[in-house]
Design a protein around this ligand. Structure first.
Ligand code: ATR
Length: 270
């Protein structure tokens, strides 16, 4: 039986084992998928040990995505851009290939739910690793414009600079946010602390979508704020399931149906 896992620290909270078990059952793939807490000082050693025990691939979550990026022998183009890896694949020659599926997961979740990205005015909040990981797939949908806003303005400007060859993208502080926007994506970790970035009242265009990469049993403060201002709201649970589906596809060559798995997870939250 082929072995896969998710590496994190901590990792007990990870929903990936539930998701991949559901995918495996649905597609008839015989895989074993577990959660492994890698030591903070030796992620590479944990991956090597897993491979020695028959591991064929892995997902990587906080705080190892950059370390996973560094240990790969070859990388997908989107992982090179993201400078992070959430999917490790053991090649036939024993080499480690790295990919990042977070961005395609986000785009697929939006598109599957009828959110038009081509020609849209997009605002992304935050300029950390989570945001860097989604910019290339977002720009590939050919939005009219994409503005990255961050508490630390220079970080957003520098991040945007790395992607200017891919489309109309710029970055700055929250005070530089000038709406209206069709799609607003919160990629800050502010939701974790129950914080809301300072945003103008007229942020949303008519029919706009607000998306939070975080998810939970209750809507985040950002989504509550957005709902009060008339935006259509989605949380990051769909992105979580879609990034997993793309990893599963990379490993097994089969695309699971994500809708029932999303429902399964949603029920497990409440
Ligand atoms: P991640 O991997 O989740 O992206 P990160 O790289 O540490 O984590 O980035 C966290 C992001 O959330 C950053 O954009 C951070 O803003 P700064 O660059 O100014 O630090 C943002 N962030 C975290 N807490 C926040 C808060 N309370 N209000 C606004 N932005 C916040």
């Amino acid at each position: 039986i082929d072995r896969y896992c998710v590496f994190g620290h901590p990792v007990a909270h990870s929903r990936s084992p539930i998701i991949h078990a559901a995918f495996a059952e649905q597609t008839g793939e015989a895989i074993d998928y577990t959660a492994i807490e890698a030591p903070l000082d030796d992620f590479a050693g944990a991956w090597r040990a897993f491979v020695a025990e028959g591991g064929r691939g892995a997902n990587v979550t906080v705080p190892f995505k950059e370390e996973a990026f560094r240990l790969c022998d070859t990388l997908s183009r989107r992982a090179q851009r993201a400078r992070a890896v959430n999917t490790l694949i053991l090649g036939g020659n024993g080499e480690t290939y790295g990919d990042t599926t977070d961005g395609v997961g986000l785009v697929r979740d939006l598109v599957d739910h009828g959110v038009a990205l081509e020609g849209a005015r997009i605002l992304v909040l935050g300029a950390g690793g989570a945001v860097r990981g989604v910019l290339e797939p977002l720009l590939a949908t050919r939005p009219a414009s994409l503005f990255v806003a961050n508490r630390t303005a220079e970080k957003a400007a520098e991040l945007a600079e790395d992607f200017t060859d891919l489309g109309d993208i710029a970055g700055g502080g929250f005070d530089a946010v000038a709406g209206p926007f069709d799609v607003v994506i919160n990629g800050t970790s502010a939701s974790l602390a129950g914080d809301l970035p300072p945003l103008p009242e007229d942020l949303f265009a008519a029919g706009a979508t607000a998306y939070d990469m975080m998810y939970g049993a209750e809507p985040t403060v950002f989504l509550q704020w957005a709902a009060e201002r008339g935006a259509r709201c989605r949380d990051g649970l769909g992105m979580l399931v879609e990034q997993a589906a793309e990893s599963f596809f990379q490993w097994r060559g089969k695309r699971p149906d994500t809708a029932p798995v999303r429902e399964l997870l949603r029920r497990s939250l409440s």
